[in-house]
Ligand binder design. Sequence first.
Ligand SMILES: NC(=O)c1ccc[n+]([C@@H]2O[C@H](COP(=O)([O-])OP(=O)(O)OC[C@H]3O[C@@H](n4cnc5c(N)ncnc54)[C@H](OP(=O)(O)O)[C@@H]3O)[C@@H](O)[C@H]2O)c1
Length: 303
Amino acid sequence: MRKVFFPAGHPAGVADAPAPVPGPGQLLVCTEAIGVSVGLVRMLAAGGAVRPGGEIVGTVVATGPDVTGFEIGDRVGGVVFADAYAELVLADPGLVSRVPAEVDAAAALALVRGGLVALSALRAGRFAPGESVLVTAAASGSGHLALQLAKALGAARVVAAVGSADKVGFARECGADEVLIYSQPSWGDPVDLVLDGVGGELVQRGVDALSPFGRLVAFSAGGGTVDAGSLLGGLKSVIGFSIGLVARNRPDLVIQHRTELWDLLAAGRLNPRYVDLTLDDITKAIDLVAARRNLGRVVLRTQ
Ligand SMILES: NC(=O)c1ccc[n+]([C@@H]2O[C@H](COP(=O)([O-])OP(=O)(O)OC[C@H]3O[C@@H](n4cnc5c(N)ncnc54)[C@H](OP(=O)(O)O)[C@@H]3O)[C@@H](O)[C@H]2O)c1
């Protein structure tokens, strides 16, 4: 089988590798599509050889001992923690769920993690129909789906915040009523909810953009600090969110939210956007995300 290797100090490249063998409680999945995201870029930037995980969609081709709930032939999608960039990957049954047969692999790939993060973050932020929502990293794999979901779930006003002007048209296509660039001095009228996928200085800017009783969901690995005075002075709150911790503590929510996503997709209420590449394009994919130029999820097809 073909697999991407990420050697220290060298660009990633595809080479042949032996097929992994599923151990107790593991699935062997023949991938159709694999996602490239800022998480991989951060891992590579930290240096050293890595065996990164990531989101995948594919079909179960073997099961290890003690696997329950999945069978050979099941189409699944979700996250694997290591060696995701290969034709055959090992998956934990607790971190994948079924993917409808009729959904294109790249669209499914965009939903199983980015869509899940977007919907779960909206729910973590106690989003209610009629509210206004501002999404940072709004052209990203998760951000563009947050725009679409906010609209589909009844937001009165959806604001997209992006890093550069070349993303404005894309954000509007994803349902944004307004689009702003982070560097703009003003972020416009206040909003009820901010979903922040950038971190750093943008966390405080997001808090400053909230109306009284507004909430900011912080889900970026980019850190950031908040002035507590700006919270109490504005009756605002900040909510931390990690899909990995949700999956560990509330796997039922992951299943529930993925089911909602498939239903919204089937109803034509979501339009996952992606950059359609193959495993051999791994370097191009990494460069695209590192340069912050991707529109939607970056997907490597393996079939
Ligand atoms: N907590 C969780 O459970 C969870 C899960 C998944 C993702 N995330 C976070 O959500 C954000 C978006 O992730 P994604 O996978 O949807 O993104 P992605 O599809 O890989 O898109 C990357 C885009 O995100 C923006 N971005 C924000 N911080 C960045 C950084 N440090 N380096 C490069 N680009 C950055 C850039 O757009 P702009 O230049 O327009 O900002 C970039 O074009 C990330 O911060 C990620 O850490 C969190």
